[in-house]
Design a protein around this ligand. Structure first.
Ligand code: MG
Length: 269
């Protein structure tokens, strides 16, 4: 099977994100672009969610813990028909439909986040509740490497293993850069995968821009029976736009009209 449909969807998501950061004169573009390929596979293939029935009690739950990159989820939801694409023209604007950080006021968004370290604990609660209700729904949390600096994330890691939440998957968009610098210089996450394995999770490292690896990891959940799954997706901040790639400045950048044109040319039609 080809992976062209993922590339096509990810390209649309990247362009939508650049457009939103342009109209909103704001946004965490580097963080959006690093997770665009993960989001493309999730919404194209993995997540059981329906734009016509967004509150289906049997749906999968996806929570973006790195809420500052919310536009990457808005783009996927808009492309899938959860709300009109025109809403993207109001991103980060006063009285706009799409808030800067991800908001559950937007159809298809499960939970509002922004301060790091909130997503995984909330996912644990949802996973436990759904298990008790004997539901088959899966809970998937996309975190940043900055999220892994937070104590609440590690409390959730311990809790999920203790309670055997094998319906829970955490993905780390490990782009090696956070708000103010390189992760290795702030709190080094070296050995993250083996640390989480020691905490009792099923773990795997993947290339977060390789569609085959992303699909393979997410198609066989849980990785280990009776354990929550932890996927460390190695990514590049700003992926897809050469002048943004692997730069701290891309964390929060205004995309001017000129930069927008340059970036869109790189991504192509
Ligand atoms: Mg990061």
């Amino acid at each position: 099977m080809g992976y062209g449909k993922y590339k096509e969807f990810a390209d649309k998501i990247r362009k939508d994100c650049l457009y939103m950061c342009n109209v909103g004169a704001s946004g965490h573009i580097g963080s959006m672009l690093s997770s665009a390929d993960l989001i493309a596979v999730l919404y194209e293939k993995i997540l059981n969610v329906d734009p016509n029935y967004p509150d289906d009690p049997d749906r999968d739950r996806f929570i973006l813990s790195k809420g500052h990159a919310g536009a990457v989820v808005y783009a996927a939801l808009a492309e899938k028909g959860f709300f009109p694409k025109e809403w993207m023209g109001t991103y980060y604007c006063d009285n706009g439909k799409l808030m800067g950080h991800i908001s559950h006021h937007v159809p298809g968004v499960e939970y509002s986040t922004g301060s790091l370290g909130h997503g995984l604990p909330v996912c644990c609660g949802k996973a436990l509740a759904l298990k008790k209700q004997k539901k088959e729904s899966r809970i998937i949390c996309l975190m940043s490497d900055g999220d892994c600096n937070e104590g609440s994330t590690w409390e959730a890691i311990m809790f999920a293993a203790q309670t055997g939440l094998d319906n829970l998957t955490a993905i780390v968009d490990y782009n090696h850069i956070q708000a103010l610098g390189f992760t290795k210089d702030i709190i080094n996450l070296k050995g993250l995968t083996s640390k989480v394995a020691q905490f009792g999770w099923g773990v795997v490292d993947i290339d977060g821009h390789n569609y085959q690896e992303i699909e393979e990891a997410l198609s066989h959940l849980p990785l280990e029976k009776g354990k929550p799954t932890f996927i460390v997706a190695h990514t590049v901040k700003g992926k897809g736009v050469s002048f943004l790639e692997n730069t701290v400045a891309s964390h929060y950048a205004h995309i001017s009209d000129e930069l927008l044109e340059k970036a869109l040319q790189e991504i192509g039609d």
